[in-house]
Design a binder for this molecule. Sequence first.
Ligand code: HEC
Length: 133
Amino acid sequence: MKRDTTSIAVVCFGVTAVAGLMLAGLFSTGVSLAQDNAAAASAIFMDHECQGCHSIQVAKVELDVGDLEPDEIDEDAPDLSGVGLEHEQDWIKLYLKKKVKYEGEKHEKKFRGTDEEFETLTSWLSTLKTEPK
Ligand code: HEC
């Protein structure tokens, strides 16, 4: 009888430990995926010269006009640190394809990357929910 209790205890402990490890594994994969996604997305943001007009303070993306022409720059464009507070990914997608207007106007620049880049970029933007300073 005593032995049964002990082995049940051992099995229970084993199951809990394995489940715990699996959960921890899942959790850290989730976190690193989110980080990879953010890194990939901010690289796409820079590749497509979004930062000629927008900074994203929360992601340490500074305005960088590089060698853009003056007509490719707009100093009134907002910092995008909190863009997810106001807009969902679906809206951001339509807006960046110039299919919807914002405050009566279409976005100045149409996104011209691949669908995959577009998905990565817009899903990340929609998670940015820090009120810009
Ligand atoms: C030529 C300048 C310019 C470039 C380049 C540019 N934008 Fe914009 N963007 C603007 C301006 C200006 C606004 C604000 C429009 C308004 O308030 O009516 C804006 C607004 C936005 C908004 C909505 C912000 C909000 O809070 O409502 C998003 C999202 C956005 N841009 C993303 C991007 C992305 C992603 C890129 C790169 C593919 C990009 N922009 C490139 C000028 C630019």
